[in-house]
Ligand binder design. Sequence first.
Ligand code: ADP
Ligand code: MG
Length: 380
Amino acid sequence: MHVTHLSLADFRSYARIEVPLDPGVTAFVGANGQGKTNLVEAVGYLASLGSHRVSSDTPLVRMGAERAVIRAAVTQGERSQLVELELNPGRANRARINRSSQVRPRDVLGIVRTVLFAPEDLALVKGDPGERRRFLDELITARSPRMAGVRSDYDRVLKQRNTLLKSAAMARRHGGRGMDLSTLDVWDQHLAQVGAELLMRRLDLIETLQPLTDKAYEQLAPGGGPVALEYRSSSADPEGAGPQAARSRDELYARLMAALAGTRKQEIERGVTLVGPHRDELLLKLGQLPAKGYASHGESWSYALALRLASYELLRAEGNEPVLVLDDVFAELDARRRERLAELVAPGEQVLVTAAVDDDVPDILAGVRFTVADGTVERA
Ligand SMILES: Nc1ncnc2c1ncn2[C@@H]1O[C@H](COP(=O)(O)OP(=O)(O)O)[C@@H](O)[C@H]1O
Ligand SMILES: [Mg+2]
């Protein structure tokens, strides 16, 4: 798919802007702080209902304005659609498809698809496990928009279970009578049910992503691999068998239930849920070593890029080609990696690139250029 028109109102630094877009490569060039990332961030928001830079919507609304609107015309094959999101920080966001009826923001997922490369991606390799869980879960949602519901169910159940554990922990500390734990049993079942679904998707994703990531790493840094993705689960059994050993959702459910039973005493002491997908880790290995803590800066970059390229291959293979967004990444790379990355993304249906100066855009990505300056976006 590709975006044929992007309109923003009170989004970030833009009061109002209309940007017609073509398929193929488009580069947005301008000095730092002029609003390049703001543009592509808006496209990414339509695809994931979130920003790659901030976790709350508040900074996305132009200072002094009440709400922001992101609107995009999208073409997929013969089909054209108009999607619109209104961001209302502190209140529910609103969505429309083809101007007509109100839909839930979640219903917009899947119309715009993106794979976004950004300097922040280095945190995929060097950052906390939460970064890698988010990477997996966002890709799961891109593959299957229905999973947005499962993710938010899981977050809700987890929050409620934690609240219950916290009050159990409080009650214990204050020497009160033990609380009725049958309620906790019910929350265990909820958590294990939704958790098993999420876990199954993650395991399936990793299996698919593994060979694609290894291939992409080899293309970016020949001879530098192999890379391996390993899922380390908080619900692995005492013999160390991970959930990979389980092949069905029922088995994953049983495993989660057993793990919850095994840690319940500890959970009540600490007042927090200690097992479940929110505690799992995606281990990124380079050769025999974990990338985090061992890989060089350049290797970490190659790894992060390989994960994004693999995501792109996967989404493309599954039918609807995503828009590739490369936000300020070429400036971060040495000449070799730059050229290789450019060659790999150049054939994409739509590629949106941002760069501070023309020279940062590799020649092979010649296409439409826009100059971004002072809140204006002009075709060069
Ligand atoms: N909510 C907002 N309201 C007004 N201006 C904003 C808002 N969020 C960010 N900005 C401004 O946008 C600019 C950064 O834009 P960005 O797209 O990140 O720049 P770059 O061109 O370097 O990628 C900064 O000058 C910042 O002050
Ligand atoms: Mg930027």
